[in-house]
Design a protein around this ligand. Structure first.
Ligand SMILES: NC(=O)c1ccc[n+]([C@@H]2O[C@H](COP(=O)([O-])OP(=O)(O)OC[C@H]3O[C@@H](n4cnc5c(N)ncnc54)[C@H](OP(=O)(O)O)[C@@H]3O)[C@@H](O)[C@H]2O)c1
Length: 305
């Protein structure tokens, strides 16, 4: 930062990374730290955040701060801005990575959990981008890296809400990337294919065919590609040759074939290969949808061959 910039901006630049304690977010944090960036890590688990910050700071000699915020809430998103102010930092780069996934028949999903997915997977992306993008444009530098998914390019039976949220992230990012052209700010979207993290097991999808049949990238490999391409200003980053081939193929395969094939890949199964079937509604006459309760929030029931 030069002297004039310091007068305008008394704060120091930082990279804000959401969902930075594990999986892809953690690997991206490692990559940004490796290249000397100051970091603000965001997730909910404070102990894991503290541990990650300690490890990254020790390994790369950079300043690493953290903020424990539930980004599926408006207060959680506001908490990120407050944390930056508290640490004397501003968001030079925003990496919207945190997300959750749900799997199974849409009709069996828990209403509260599905709302949380939408609030986090697309709501927080919109909220945080709106908070920090105007400052970047005013400074004429910086960037946003949104983490979408290959699933954003197609309808995905049995992960319908998650894929819809990722399609929104892709659409938003591509539009913003155009709007910010010539401002000095880059907006990129990362669309990974299957990556070896805990995301799928948390959703109950760990035995689905796509995880068994498709090759998975490591988070570290993915983060290296993502960082390099983001810095080069690539707008849509699809890491891996086969993933890129898949995205091209999706443009040409008609929905009549694509959707049943994707459904076959993503159908939830148990460890023995039993397929999940829809759960019967106890009171079919009831007009209310399933609400969050310990029983209804259980995942992956109704499995049979
Ligand atoms: N893994 C894949 O195959 C794959 C493929 C394509 C795209 N992606 C995308 O890559 C991104 C990262 O996925 P991942 O596989 O690395 O997931 P992950 O291993 O499950 O990590 C998720 C991270 O998000 C944080 N998080 C979850 N809920 C949160 C909330 N409400 N508020 C704040 N932070 C929250 C978690 O920490 P806390 O639990 O402590 O909050 C954790 O740090 C996601 O956007 C995902 O959709 C993943």
């Amino acid at each position: 930062m030069n002297e004039i910039d310091k007068k305008i901006e008394p704060f120091a630049p930082a990279v804000v990374i959401t969902g930075a304690t594990q999986g892809i977010g953690r690997a991206l944090a490692e990559e940004f730290a490796r290249f000397g960036h100051t970091l603000l890590l965001v997730a909910r688990d404070e102990a894991k955040l503290a541990e990650t910050a300690r490890e990254l700071s020790a390994a790369h000699g950079v300043e690493v701060r953290f903020a424990a915020c539930d980004l599926s809430t408006a207060e959680g998103c506001a908490g990120v801005e407050a944390a930056l102010r508290r640490f004397g930092l501003y968001a030079d780069i925003l990496v919207n990575n945190a997300a959750i996934m749900t799997a199974g028949f849409f009709q069996d999903q828990d209403v509260a959990k599905t709302r949380r997915l939408i609030d986090l997977d697309i709501g927080a992306v919109v909220d945080l981008t709106l908070r920090f993008l105007p400052g970047m444009v005013a400074r004429g530098r910086g960037g946003v890296l949104n983490v979408a998914s290959m699933e954003g390019f197609m309808p995905v039976p049995y992960q319908a809400a998650y894929a819809a949220a990722k399609a929104s992230v892709l659409s938003l990012s591509r539009a913003l990337s155009y709007e910010t052209m010539y401002t000095g700010v880059r907006v990129s979207v990362l669309a990974p294919g299957t990556t070896a993290t805990g995301l799928h097991a948390k959703a109950g999808a760990e035995n689905s065919r796509y995880l068994v049949l498709l090759p998975a990238m490591t988070s570290e490999e993915l983060a290296r590609i993502a960082y390099r391409k983001f810095k080069r200003g690539k707008r849509v980053i699809v890491p891996g040759f086969f993933n890129r081939l898949g995205v091209i193929a999706m443009r040409f395969v008609p929905d009549l074939l694509l959707v049943p094939f994707v459904g076959w890949l993503f159908r939830v199964r148990d460890a023995e290969g039993n397929l999940q079937w829809p759960r019967p509604l106890k009171n079919p006459g009831s007009t209310s949808r399933r609400e969050s309760s310990p029983a209804s929030a259980e995942r992956g029931s109704g499995l049979r061959r």
